[in-house]
Design a protein around this ligand. Structure first.
Ligand SMILES: *Cc1c(COP(=O)(O)O)cnc(C)c1O
Length: 398
């Protein structure tokens, strides 16, 4: 099909909620994707931190094909080996105890919010408040967009669900002032992804944990973007020296097959009983088999170490570009393979020009280039992307 036809069909039949780039993608291989005209791109967006194994990883493809040939879906009225295996693996990896599997990030957070409310109400009927951070991103359902403290996601959807309070990120005093015995949970991203790759001070999360303990509130960490190896550890909180009461996952977990999960300690999970939560598709054997394959490949191929090493390499290369283009780049920040480049101007033109030259990157929060490539990349792939970015920055009008 001609690409103009695809654009036209989208315009005529798809709800106009996405500002898309003029590209029809057909397939991928490793860290590369191809468009409908056969042009190849190095992919440093990876479906927004989703394709952790790159595209068409043979082990993931085989696991999906094998499971699809047996059973794609049954119902949570029955047991499956794939779901049991994934629950056990996630509990072991997280150091937490009980897992629920859904289909997306927003659903994972929605479930975590429900669990925190149930847990809080068992202590006291008014222990229902959830505190989140400005510039956060937690999803697009009504509860999660209310948790998302960015007016642009909330405008037009009022009345919003009650019980959410927002504080500046990385501000212990503001959090302390907002907390009370009514706080049932504090929900934060370890690194704010969508909000611009915002990395808090080293001690912030230890203080957050201390405040949560003081007020009997749960710490919910939204690791939908930072989890599954992105920062060089399976979970970003392993860098922070704190343990959450609930952690949420999605993006990278099944390498691109839709999935979401929340994991809680036994003490917290005990607030849920039969009938308290559910999902038709959640935890289906296809998605679980894909996630089991992803977690095995991450382990077999040493991808946590690779994310750490290549992240440092990427940051070094980007800092060299900052030195070369100090009027365009003001800061480079990241951990593992979630890296942000703060610009002195909007980033969309740079993203477009890189695309023309064969590199897919992303801009978030208006002026932050975000790099969340597959965890399988090599130094050669970094060099390839950096060369294109370098050529692009050289053409930016000052
Ligand atoms: C992407 C993202 C979500 C939402 O996930 P969806 O699958 O789009 O619902 C929530 N939280 C964070 C931190 C994310 O990056």
């Amino acid at each position: 099909m001609d690409k103009q036809m695809v654009f036209d069909m989208h315009r005529n039949y798809y709800m106009p909620v996405f500002a898309r780039y003029s590209l029809v993608l057909t397939h991928g291989q490793g860290p590369y994707v191809y468009d409908s005209e056969g042009k190849k791109y190095i992919d440093f967006l990876a479906g927004i931190a989703v394709n952790v194994l790159g595209h068409a990883h043979p082990k993931l493809v085989a696991a999906i094909a094998d499971q699809a040939g047996k059973m794609i879906h049954c119902s949570n009225l029955y047991y499956t080996e794939a779901q049991a295996t994934l629950a056990k693996t996630l509990a072991h990896l997280s150091g937490l105890d009980k897992v629920f599997i859904g289909n997306s990030g927003a659903e994972a957070n929605e479930g975590a919010i429900k669990l925190a409310r149930k847990y809080g109400k068992a202590v006291s009927q008014d222990k229902v408040e959830i505190i989140t951070a400005e510039h956060s991103f937690h999803g697009r359902t009504l509860a999660t967009l209310t948790a998302t403290a960015q007016p642009k996601y909330q405008h037009g959807y009022e009345p919003l669900p009650g019980g959410f309070r927002h504080v500046p990120f990385n501000d212990v005093a503001a959090l302390a002032a907002a907390m009370s015995d009514k706080t049932c949970a504090v929900m934060l991203e370890p690194i704010q992804g969508e909000g611009g790759v915002n990395i808090p001070d080293k001690d912030y999360f230890a203080e957050v944990r201390r405040l949560c303990d003081k007020f009997g509130a749960l710490l919910i960490l939204d690791e939908i973007q930072t989890g599954i190896g992105r920062t060089g550890k399976m979970f970003a909180y392993e860098h922070l020296g704190v343990k959450p009461d609930i952690v949420t996952l999605a993006k990278g977990l099944a390498g691109g097959v839709p999935i979401g999960a929340f994991i809680a300690s036994d003490k917290v999970a005990a607030a849920f009983g039969p009938g308290d939560h559910g999902s038709t598709f959640g935890g289906n054997p296809l998605a679980c088999a894909a996630a089991n394959a992803v977690l095995k490949v991450i382990d077999d191929e040493g991808l946590l170490g690779n994310a750490g090493t290549l992240g440092e390499y990427l940051v070094t290369k980007l800092k060299a570009l900052k030195d070369k283009y100090p009027d365009i780049i003001s800061q480079v920040r990241g951990q593992g393979l979630i890296v942000g480049v703060k610009l002195t101007r909007p980033g969309r033109d740079i993203v477009n020009k890189c695309m023309e030259q064969g590199a897919i990157i992303n801009c978030t929060a208006g002026d932050v280039l975000r790099f969340v490539p597959p965890l399988i990349i090599t130094a050669g792939h970094v060099d390839e992307m950096i060369a294109i970015l370098d050529r692009t920055l050289a053409t930016v009008q000052l």
